[in-house]
Design a protein around this ligand. Structure first.
Ligand code: K1U
Ligand code: ZN
Length: 172
């Protein structure tokens, strides 16, 4: 089931999310719903707070090539356990901040530890777009948006545009 995506500014997007204790069927269903919502958007990642659930769960699939096999991933309690000194700059977007972009500098390579949907501990090194995306999604779990990495003036300009968009959407 597709879920509505919250649009910035929304207080739920600024909260630190709670760790997942027990992997229930409801949480696995949430992960499936988030993947459906992400593919439909379309996007390459999604974090639970973006659908209003304040739990530490993210999904991602950074395979963008037409015709390539999808690689959906769901990560419960994801954590950065190591990051490279080398950095990458990427012009990031966000499904909660539609049609706005900004350059964010992040470590080029990160090692991530997480719990998979079967309850098994996993650890893997990510680079390229996968590294950018997984860091963007973990930021969401800590109440941080990509615009929080930008200069205050650009952040304020984007927030004002989003306030206007939300007013227009509410009017219908
Ligand atoms: O978390 C989100 O809001 C999803 C976001 C993830 C992301 C994008 C760019 C850099 C880092 C993280 C998106 O998926 S925005 C949409 C997007 O980037 C995209 C959409 C269709 C095809 C390819 C990319
Ligand atoms: Zn985002």
């Amino acid at each position: 089931m597709k879920r509505p995506i919250l649009i910035h500014p929304d207080p739920r997007l600024k909260k630190v999310c709670a760790p997942v204790d027990d992997l229930s069927d409801a949480l696995r269903r949430l992960a499936d719903d988030m993947l459906e919502t992400m593919y439909d958007a379309p996007g390459i990642g999604l974090a639970a707070p973006q659908v209003g659930v304040l739990s530490r769960l993210i999904v991602l699939d950074c395979i963008k090539e037409e015709g390539a096999a999808p690689r959906p991933m769901a990560m419960f309690n994801p954590e950065v356990v190591a990051s490279s000194d080398e950095t990458n700059v990427y012009d990031e977007g966000c499904l909660s901040i539609p049609e706005q972009y900004g350059e964010v500098t992040r470590p080029a390579e990160v090692e991530i530890a997480w719990i998979d949907r079967d309850g098994n501990a996993q650890k893997q090194v990510f680079d390229g777009l996968w590294a950018t995306c997984v860091q963007h999604e973990i930021d969401h779990l800590n109440g941080k948006l990509f615009i929080d990495h930008l200069k205050p003036l650009k952040r304020q300009m984007i927030t004002r545009k989003m306030q206007k968009l939300k007013r227009e959407l509410a009017r219908g």
